[in-house]
Ligand binder design. Structure first.
Ligand code: NAD
Length: 506
């Protein structure tokens, strides 16, 4: 057994994940840190998924009648478990996904934050009262639990995305079935073990199977996607995946929440605080080794400041510590796998062919970790926003383009198929308000003087166009996990019809 495997075992044991789930199974899980196998996870036969869905249906029929604040208590306990085991789960995230430890901890903190949010929400699932046009009537809108939810997640936020969905869904009265990425099943098993602990402390009024995990690739996801017993599928991943999943769910009139690829930009105007912009750009472009959906991929810089900014960025990118994500001081960990590294090479080749000047981006040899795919973040000066810039490459590549007029910058900003996150660096109120206006940036998230990544859970998260249009996490995102019922009650002795219609029968 290699030492990485020992580390993983110790963490999974601490979290309480049953050994038969991650030993001797068919799915070999590798750590991107050194490429070694760290576990062999048991997969779910797509035919078994039907049984899981049936169990979730039983759970739903009991859970939907539990008072929402009682449901919130379960999420409060889950938040406590996450607080207690934050370091262990974060370490597992780093071991399995390769993000640096502080980002692994940040991801678990995000889970804790959404639990807190959901506990409060459990007393605030507000409906509306609406003025009725008829005398002696009242009209209202109530929110009821929807049903079991299928949650499909990507490798890059292996645990937070589940919690955004599960904390809200469970408080709303819906059980969840989670299909994590086949690249990161261990963090799902670790999270599931913490959920089981919370459930044990909760008491016996919680039904079994409120949260289940199914393991495997697209075929296991498809078994969820096609089931009419799951009224909502929340799917996070590439636009390619969304194109397959979205129409399939809609063809059975299911509800779909899609969180897909991004191609996020920053506009840097002449009035920008460049020191602040520099730090924000570095984290947003190179953090998580460029593997966030909100990673900064396009820098649209006013011609008058690009000569000042470019060399500073090149120096910063060249000096960033690339290496073992478990070591303090490392800023850029490995890419998830060889395929991701190849995709980075292909994008850099395309960029050169389309007139780009590339600095950085080379492979970094890390001592003792020859099986990992470590890359220095690349900065690519482009003559225009060409095809390669308009597609999402899930790697640390930042394309830089220049502009002269803010309207042109905004037009370039919006001229990509994706619409997730965006930002502007400016100290000019007119520029920032123009960017935030109806004819400004077209993304689901728009920031001023911060980078496009690292959203807080309080706001609704998601994006437009090929990003899929879904919203999860804060604000009123909870509504997607519930069904809305418009109720009209007649407490009079008359039967007036709406719109004054007369229909007299003897
Ligand atoms: P991916 O699309 O390869 O896989 C995502 C998940 O979908 C996995 O669990 C996979 O098994 C499953 N899947 C794939 N095809 C499927 C199908 N036909 N039916 C059902 N399930 C299917 O994505 P990835 O490489 O894991 O993640 C990176 C991508 O995810 C990037 O494009 C990134 O921008 C995006 N992402 C978006 C958000 C967001 O909130 N918008 C968040 C994280 C990641």
């Amino acid at each position: 057994m290699n030492s990485r495997m020992q580390q993983v075992q110790a963490v999974l044991d601490e979290l309480g994940a049953p050994r038969d789930a991650w030993q001797g199974g068919e799915l070999a899980v590798t750590s991107p840190i050194g490429g070694e196998t760290i576990a062999e996870v048991a997969t779910t036969d797509p035919r078994e998924v039907a049984t899981c869905i049936e169990r979730a249906g039983h759970a739903f029929r009991a859970w939907r009648d539990a008072p929402p604040p009682r449901r919130g208590e379960l999420i409060r306990l889950l938040g406590e478990e996450l607080r207690t085991h934050k370091r262990a789960l974060a370490t597992l995230v780093t071991l399995e996904n390769g993000k640096i430890l502080t980002e692994g901890e940040g991801e678990v903190q995000e889970m804790i934050d959404i639990c807190d949010f959901a506990v409060g929400l459990s007393r605030q699932l507000y409906g509306l009262t609406i003025a009725s046009e008829r005398p002696g009537h009242h009209l209202l809108e109530r929110w009821h639990p929807l049903g079991p939810v299928g949650v499909i997640t990507a490798f890059n936020f292996p645990v937070a995305v589940w919690s955004w969905n599960a904390a809200l869904a469970l408080v709303c009265g819906d059980p969840v079935i989670w299909k994590p990425s086949e690249k990161t099943p261990l963090t799902a098993l670790g999270t599931q073990a913490l959920f089981a602990r919370a459930l044990e402390r909760f008491g016996d009024d919680a039904p079994a199977d409120l949260a289940q995990v199914v393991i495997g690739g697209a075929e296991v996801g498809e078994a969820l996607v096609d089931s009419p017993a799951l009224p909502l599928i929340s799917a996070t991943g590439s636009t390619r995946m969304g194109r397959a999943v979205g129409p399939r769910v809609m063809s059975r009139f299911g509800r779909v929440l899609l969180e897909l690829g991004g191609n996020n930009a920053a506009i840097v105007t002449p009035s920008a605080d460049l020191d602040m912009a520099m730090r924000a750009i570095c984290f947003a472009a190179a953090g998580t080794a460029g593997q966030r959906c909100t990673t900064l991929r396009r820098l649209i810089v006013h011609r008058s400041v690009s000569e000042a900014l470019l060399p500073r960025l090149e120096r910063a990118f060249a000096s960033m510590a690339v290496g073992d994500p478990l070591i303090d001081g490392t800023l850029v960990g490995p890419l998830i796998d060889a395929e991701a590294s190849k995709a980075m090479d292909a994008a850099l080749d395309d960029a050169r062919a389309q007139g780009g000047q590339v600095s950085g981006g080379e492979t970094v040899a890390v001592e003792g970790l020859s099986g990992g795919h470590y890359r220095r973040p690349a900065l690519v000066r482009m003559p225009a926003q060409t095809d390669v810039v308009r597609r999402e490459t899930f790697a640390p590549i930042l394309y830089l383009m220049e502009y002269d007029a803010l309207d042109d910058a905004i037009a370039m900003h919006n001229d990509v198929p994706q619409g997730l996150s965006s930002c502007i660096f400016t100290t000019d109120l007119r520029e920032s308000e123009r960017f935030l206006s109806a004819s400004g940036g077209d993304c689901g998230i728009a920031n001023v003087n911060i980078g496009p990544s690292g959203a807080e859970i309080g706001g609704a998260f998601g994006g437009e166009k090929e990003t899929g249009g879904g919203r999860e996490s804060g604000s009123d995102s909870w509504k997607v996990y519930m069904r809305r019922q418009t109720q009209t009650v007649n407490y009079s002795r008359e039967l007036p019809l709406a719109q004054g219609v007369r229909f007299e029968v003897e």
